[in-house]
Design a protein around this ligand. Structure first.
Ligand code: NAD
Length: 390
């Protein structure tokens, strides 16, 4: 099998790595960046830290600080106007995304809309967006989507609430800074949701029909880093060792799924996020135990490897024992991290029932369920939505 691999050109990791932003921009040939971020990053003082480093290096920059969580095309369009206005009489020549997956995905969308125009729906799968866009330097503050190392952006179409999956070389950041200090402020809920998102990326990449020996190693490394550290960071947000392991694990998870794929959990999760405004990691978490249980018969050995990498079973344990250990751990993790069911989240049953066929249709259209070891029909997806309901 020949695997085609795509990665950022440069990654700087470690406590305090944010201070190297000017050097990184220079190496990427960016001299007038537009910063893409959200109001929380401003409040936390992270934007001041970033712009302070730029000012010290004499780098002119612009600022868009109104990205929204789970971005819609509408918020991307308001940033497009600032991108078009330029910087000190010249065009912006790059984007610095500071924030979680939402800020990074907004920057990636702009990187394509800026130079090439059009609407985001023009770029959704199955189209592959390989034409060069503006360079994006990603600084994740969640751990996380791994978006800093994926050739993916997810933008919601405001006209039909579809969470559009957009893929291609144009969406791969040219560089990333992984500074765990920026994740110490993550609230418990976001720590849990984004950590389970990262774990889901690793598991789905490993069991994906598109997995390769390269993505396997990234996925297994991600599970080894995330599994023992997620509870630690959730219970003690100041645990620097756990925060750093999660940030690196999330990046490995991103590399793994970007070079393999995600699968059924993500396919079913995006419509829940779009219709009911459930944060992405949380909707993955709601689905992960049930979808794993349903999928295991098609790839018991692969799921057993996941359990072993997560430290739930030793190498000598049988696949059946390891599979049970995995399902039990995913359920226990949801319990300990306070993941609600859809009913617990406050979703109205009638609307859930009514939307299930459309959600199943959107899930299948994204292509992700086709990468699952067990490929579902629309009716089976509807039955799985029923199972996770409450
Ligand atoms: P997010 O970016 O939406 O952030 C969630 C909340 O946490 C926001 O309010 C944000 O301001 C806050 N926050 C972020 N960092 C913080 C910090 N250090 N301290 C305090 N608060 C902080 O959450 P996310 O889960 O990182 O991103 C979700 C988005 O990413 C979704 O739209 C999802 O579809 C997308 N996604 C993209 C990819 C990809 O490869 N492009 C992969 C997975 C998910």
């Amino acid at each position: 099998m020949i695997a085609s691999l795509v990665l950022p050109r440069l990654i700087r990791t470690g406590s305090g790595a944010l201070a190297e932003i000017a050097d990184l921009l220079g190496r990427c040939g960016v001299s007038r960046p537009l910063i893409i971020t959200d109001p929380t990053m401003v409040q936390l003082g992270y934007v001041d830290r970033l712009t302070g480093h730029l000012a010290d290096a004499g780098i002119a920059f612009g600022l868009f600080d109104a990205t929204e969580p789970e971005p819609t095309e509408t918020s991307v369009i308001s940033a497009e106007a600032i991108l078009a206005s330029g910087c000190e009489g010249a065009a912006f020549d790059g984007l610095v995304a500071l924030g979680g997956g939402s800020a990074i995905d907004t920057a990636k969308a702009l990187a394509v809309l800026g130079p090439h125009g059009g609407r985001m729906r023009d770029y959704k799968v199955p189209r592959m967006v390989d034409e060069p866009g503006l360079p994006v330097i990603a600084i994740p503050t969640t751990a996380g989507t791994g978006s800093e190392a994926t050739r993916v952006t997810v933008i919601t179409d405001p006209e039909n609430d579809e969470k559009m999956l957009c893929m291609g070389l144009a969406f791969m950041p040219v560089a990333a800074i992984l500074d765990p200090d920026l994740t110490l402020s993550l609230p418990k809920r976001v720590t849990a949701d984004t950590g389970i998102d990262a774990l889901t990326h690793a598991i789905e990449a490993y069991v994906s029909r598109k997995a390769s020996p390269f993505s396997d190693q990234q996925a297994l490394a991600a599970m080894r880093l995330i599994a023992p550290n997620l509870r630690r960071a959730f219970h003690d947000g100041e645990d620097r060792e756990a925060r750093e392991a999660l940030l690196i694990g999330a990046c490995f998870g991103g590399i793994a799924f970007s070079n393999a794929s995600v699968a059924l959990v993500h396919g079913m999760s995006r419509p829940i996020g779009a219709f009911f405004h459930v944060p992405h990691g949380l909707s993955n978490a709601m689905l992960l135990p049930a979808i794993t249980r349903w999928s295991i018969p098609a790839a018991p050995k692969r799921y057993a490897d996941c359990a072993r990498s997560m430290g739930l079973a030793d190498e000598a344990a049988s696949d059946a024992f390891s599979n049970d250990a995995l399902i039990n751990e995913l359920r226990a993790l949801n319990e300990e991290l306070g993941v609600p069911t859809p009913i617990g989240f406050g979703i109205a049953h009638e609307r859930w029932q009514q939307l299930r066929p459309l959600m199943a249709e959107q899930a299948l259209a994204s292509g992700s369920p086709g990468n699952n070891p067990r490929v579902p029909s629309a009716d089976e997806i509807i039955a799985l939505y029923d199972e996770v309901w409450g």
